[in-house]
Design a protein around this ligand. Structure first.
Ligand code: AMP
Ligand code: ZN
Length: 141
């Protein structure tokens, strides 16, 4: 995608500070650094979001995330680490090229996510689950 910031980072047309790459994924420092050590793991080939991934891309980002997360843990000794990934504007996505945030966390660091639980009855969970199972289709390629 010619006007995609992360595609430009992958090709080197835009600067980035890289920490890891393999055939399908690239990990680089998030320019905003919500906390020190904040890394993004992105797919190399453009995909808008999670829905657009193939199996090789999904596996590569998952494997890279584990490896880079361990390195962040060892380098920055955070109290915790959040994995954050947004799909669509309503979910908070601002760069529409699939990526995962690896965000070191500390008590009182100001990073907040509200979690407005509904605790519906079991029948409702069964109903929701049936709808999802009906749409699973084939395993991703
Ligand atoms: P999201 O809101 O999940 O789409 O996250 C996009 C992230 O990309 C933000 O945390 C930005 O700070 C980060 N970002 C945007 N442009 C760049 C860039 N040129 N280099 C590194 N990180 C970037
Ligand atoms: Zn892109």
């Amino acid at each position: 995608m010619s006007d995609c910031v992360f595609c430009k980072i992958v090709t080197g047309q835009m600067p980035s500070t890289r920490v890891f790459e393999d055939e399908h994924s690239l990990a680089f420092m998030d320019i905003g650094q919500v906390n020190p050590g904040h890394v993004l793991v992105a797919v190399k080939k453009h995909a808008d979001n999670l829905y657009a991934l193939d199996g090789a891309q999904a596996a590569a980002v998952a494997r890279a995330s584990v490896r880079v997360a361990r390195a962040i843990r060892d380098a920055f000794k955070p109290e915790g680490l959040s994995v954050y990934q947004a799909n669509g504007k309503a979910a908070g996505q601002t760069v529409f090229h699939y990526h995962v945030h690896l965000l070191p966390r500390h008590a009182g660091d100001g990073m907040e996510l509200t979690w407005p639980v509904k605790n519906p009855p079991r029948e409702m969970l069964e109903d929701y689950a049936a709808k999802i199972r009906a749409g699973l289709g084939k395993p991703i390629g």
